[in-house]
Ligand binder design. Sequence first.
Ligand code: CMX
Length: 134
Amino acid sequence: MGMDKIEHIGIAVSSLEKASGIYEQLLGVKSYKRENVVTEQVITEFFEVGNSKIELLEATSGESAISKFIEKRGEGIHHIAFKVADIHQEMLRLKSEGFTLLSDEPKLGADNKLVCFVHPKDTHGVLMELCQEA
Ligand code: CMX
């Protein structure tokens, strides 16, 4: 039980076209995947860094969580994602500890993962994601 490791850090960007090249230069690697996550209304791009990842997120609609985030707070770190072995178990554990989960069941998210988010108001202002390989 508990979190295994930081799986990725999600960064909200206004333009994937612009940000992708900058992150490629910064990290010294090319992204390994670009994916349209229709359910979350985002296009994501993943870079592998050691045994962790950076995920860039661009909104595909004004209703996307990423549009709202950028409107309110500007571009920047959007969430930290933790790899867990059993997402259902971890969701139960966090619920019993009093954390607010943003879905009752895990959802299929980007990069072939089952995901669930924890509200940032419960974690001192940082949106947390649990993810498990689907
Ligand atoms: N990190 C930290 N704080 C955040 C935040 C984030 N990512 N997103 C919103 N907030 C803050 C807001 O600034 C606001 O703060 P104040 O009350 O001080 O103004 C507070 O949280 C509530 O915000 P809100 O505007 O009332 O609520 P939203 O409608 O923006 O919803 C949230 C916020 C986190 C519940 C919603 O974005 C959500 O459900 N997120 C989970 C899904 C998601 O983020 N999907 C995109 C990523 C998908 C992927 O990784 O593939």
